[in-house]
Design a binder for this molecule. Structure first.
Ligand code: CTP
Ligand code: MG
Length: 227
């Protein structure tokens, strides 16, 4: 069981308000991007990484790959205006079939055993995503008024990685481009093809670093794992 992984890292990190790409911020003296890359660098099942980056970060990221001895990056591709465009640029460079993962660089706490469970599921079904059951009570709200309380037991918060057969993901991206469909994750493009998507239970620790307070949670997760 091997896979390749597309890592979109070409965002601007605006909500983090750090004045630069949040992926270059350090947690425990190591850049967020390097934390994420190391998980895949150290996973023997990962046969290659395709990294989408913003041209303005190219020098700094190239230097980090050298400094931290990240050897599995097959190519650095330019990102696009939207995450979906960054991923499509990367997907177009994938020449092999098999399983492809998409994992946000902004989720540095993904664990190898969870990646393997997800990959296994995608091999069986063609499309599998990772998520966790919703913990909060969920309500549908329109214009500040509650429309309904949504049955929580059927709601999951979805994360990355997401894993697909290469041919299926390529077809989904091609169709989305033709239909001008912009999804908020990769699976939503596959759903547009009416292909079933399986979900594998992940880890509440697999947070996406989005706003400044997420950095405090990140420090806490690292401390917990060091114990
Ligand atoms: N991303 C990307 N290309 C884009 C936008 C986002 O590759 N055009 C990447 C980000 O670098 C990140 C992941 O997609 O690893 C998830 O996006 P998000 O958390 O929204 O990061 P940013 O877009 O960088 O942050 P913001 O939306 O706050 O500007
Ligand atoms: Mg964004």
């Amino acid at each position: 069981m091997t896979y390749q992984v597309i890592i979109p890292a070409a965002g601007l990190g605006k909500r983090m308000q750090a004045g630069k790409n949040k992926l270059l911020l350090e947690i425990n003296d190591i850049p967020v991007l390097v934390h994420t890359l190391r998980v895949f660098e150290e996973d023997e099942a990962c046969s290659g990484i395709i990294l989408a980056i913003h041209p303005q970060d190219e020098r700094e990221i190239s230097a980090l790959l050298k400094k931290y001895l990240i050897s599995k990056v097959l190519s650095l591709v330019p990102g696009g205006d939207e995450r979906q465009h960054s991923i499509y640029n990367a997907l177009k460079t994938v020449k092999t079939d098999g399983i492809i993962l998409v994992h946000d660089a902004a989720r540095p706490f993904i664990r190898k055993d969870h990646i393997h469970r997800l990959t296994q599921k995608a091999e069986e079904t063609g499309a599998a995503i990772m998520g966790v059951p919703a913990k909060d009570t969920m309500k549908k709200v329109i214009n500040g008024v509650v429309m309904e309380t949504v049955e929580r037991s059927s709601l999951w918060a979805v994360q990355t990685p997401q894993a697909f057969r290469v041919s299926l993901l390529k077809k989904a991206y091609k169709t989305a481009e033709k239909d001008k469909f912009l999804g908020t994750d990769d699976a939503s493009l596959v759903e547009q093809l009416d292909h079933p998507v399986s979900i594998v239970e992940g880890d509440y620790d697999n947070i996406k670093l989005t706003t400044p307070e997420d950095l405090y949670f990140a420090e806490a997760i690292i401390k917990k794992r060091e114990k």
